[in-house]
Design a protein around this ligand. Structure first.
Ligand code: OAD
Length: 246
């Protein structure tokens, strides 16, 4: 795979690099992206209609079961070459910040030292009423499990449409975008705000924006470099070309 010398040189010399990842990064680990068609049982629902506080209020069991099904898939999944390349970048670049919209925890499983999770983590569960985190619950119950402190329904510790993102993660992400010399947007359709603004904000503040995606996205025309392909192929090749001769 060929990469422009301007990018390779910039990445080799960069002190501050950030990457924003989306569901496409976990696609090669066997996890479905959000805007892919759903499988079997879930084919009749759109993720956007399940990942909302209103959906949980209307039918908590339906939403809980969808997340339980996804949690089971996430637990079976293994990090892929894209996740591992991002661990490498954290080792090779003096200041590297990894920001993800993914809730699957695969960056941490790969060994990334610090991950800014903008949309929470599906492996964590908390009370929908008092917020208490729960590390154990009975998945086999016919009803949605309840909080052992206040009796509220448990929910995944993820951000739903219409909810605020965690403030400190969001601040860190925008600060990273502002300070980056190179900003990667990898495997995200770039249509969900506020994460979708990060690449543009980085560019306004002088970063080179590099996109890696299986398809063109709304960001593509604004990216300084855009690579159409699988993250698990493009990213390891770029890391190898950039750093192997040093
Ligand atoms: P999407 O499903 O919207 O987009 C996945 C992107 O990954 C698409 O642009 C694909 O072309 C690309 N893609 C697929 N396979 C790939 C591969 N192997 N290598 C590279 N790219 C690949 O997922 P996100 O952009 O992550 O939010 O979605 C953003 C947010 O919308 C999610 O975090 C979630 C969702 O609704 C909430 O739930 C709040």
């Amino acid at each position: 795979m060929e990469f422009p010398a301007a990018l390779v040189n910039a990445l080799r010399q960069a002190q501050r690099v950030s990457a924003l990842t989306g569901a496409g990064v976990s696609q090669e680990s066997g996890l479905r992206t959000f805007r892919d068609a759903q499988d079997g049982l879930w084919a009749q629902f759109r993720p956007e209609d399940l990942a909302t506080p209103q959906a949980f209020q209307r039918n908590p069991k339906l939403v809980w079961d969808w997340y339980a099904w996804r949690r089971a898939k996430v637990r079976e999944a293994k990090p892929n070459a894209a996740h591992l390349s991002l661990v490498e970048l954290a080792r090779l670049v003096p200041h590297f910040i990894l920001i993800t919209q993914n809730v699957d925890g695969l960056h941490q499983a790969a060994g990334s030292p610090r991950v800014i999770e903008l949309h929470g983590n599906i492996r964590r569960v908390r009370c929908s009423v008092c917020g208490k985190p729960h590390s154990e619950w009975d998945e086999s119950e016919a009803e949605v499990p309840r909080c052992n402190t206040c009796g509220g329904l448990l929910r995944p510790d993820v951000v739903w449409f219409g909810e605020s993102l965690p403030a400190s993660e969001l601040d860190t992400a925008f600060e990273a975008a502002r300070n980056s010399q190179i900003f990667f947007s990898i495997g995200t359709s770039g249509v969900v705000q506020p994460a979708a603004s990060l690449a543009y904000y980085a560019k306004q503040n002088g970063a080179l924006v590099v996109e890696i995606n299986a398809e063109p996205t709304p960001l593509t025309p604004s990216a300084d470099f855009s690579f159409q392909g699988k993250a698990g192929e493009v990213l390891p090749a770029l890391v190898k070309v950039t750093f192997s001769k040093q």
